[in-house]
Design a binder for this molecule. Structure first.
Ligand SMILES: Nc1ncnc2c1ncn2[C@@H]1O[C@H](COP(=O)(O)OP(=O)(O)O)[C@@H](O)[C@H]1O
Ligand SMILES: [Mg+2]
Length: 219
């Protein structure tokens, strides 16, 4: 059963937090690195990893460009269903993209890279879940990233398991090894940020005034 409308109990803090309501706190470094990548003329790959509940998904959603951002969160379903779901997300940006059934990942990715307009950012969250049903994906993405190099299209892969993310992109033997232009390990927010965000109004405003990406710290 759901808690009171618009609220969920937060397991980590035992506070009641309205989801997505807190201002975006203290990820200036990570947000800045991603938004800088998205300005590069030659596109590129970023990798985001760190334990669950530390703010990877929130970070992605905050930095994705409003119009040209595509966010897909992978799950445990079989590959064909996930292709359809991802095609649906891509279809919001590329009309007609979701109107065909892709026989395999190669077909889907080939079309994506050939039609994605400049500035497109594709973020795949929980990437290891997707690879569980599509072991060929890392090497297909590697080919795509290499061939699209120079094109202004950006790929962000995110995952909670450090071990799996290592094996997929950070390990020497991994197909995507050496391709990432940014590798962000998301750690806990500095102590106090969440508490302040929850209980005190003025600190929230103070934080808001510089935490919004592009803002300048005042202290
Ligand atoms: N920088 C942040 N500022 C404010 N709230 C945040 C921040 N990062 C995460 N949160 C909140 O904390 C919760 C967990 O974050 P989430 O992005 O889902 O973590 P992850 O994807 O790493 O598991 C969410 O409710 C999210 O809105
Ligand atoms: Mg997440």
């Amino acid at each position: 059963m759901r808690a009171a409308a618009g609220h969920v109990a937060d397991d980590d803090t035992h506070h009641v937090i309205p989801p997505m309501r807190l201002p975006f706190l203290d990820r200036r470094d990570e947000a800045g690195r991603l938004t800088a990548l998205f300005k590069r003329r030659d596109g590129g790959l970023a990798v985001v990893y760190g334990r669950r509940r530390l703010g990877k998904s929130r970070l992605l959603l905050e930095v994705l460009p409003k119009r040209r951002g595509i966010y897909y969160i992978a799950d445990d379903r079989e590959a064909s269903l996930q292709r359809r779901a991802l095609a649906g997300e891509i279809g919001r940006l590329l009309p007609g993209f979701a109107d065909v059934v892709y026989p395999d990942w190669e077909a889907l990715l080939r079309r994506f890279w050939s039609e994605a307009p400049r500035g497109t950012v594709l973020a795949i969250d929980e990437f290891p879940s997707l690879v569980a049903s599509a072991a060929e994906l890392p090497s297909l993405l590697q080919k795509g990233v290499d061939q699209a190099s120079g094109q202004r299209v950006y790929l962000v892969l995110s995952g909670s398991s450090q071990r799996l993310m290592h094996g997929l992109v950070l390990d020497r033997a991994a197909p995507l090894f050496g391709r990432a232009r940014e590798i962000l390990r998301i750690g806990p927010l500095p102590a106090g940020y969440i508490r302040q965000g929850l209980s005190l109004r003025d600190p929230v405003r103070a934080i808001e005034s510089f935490a919004v990406w592009g803002g300048v710290p005042r202290y």
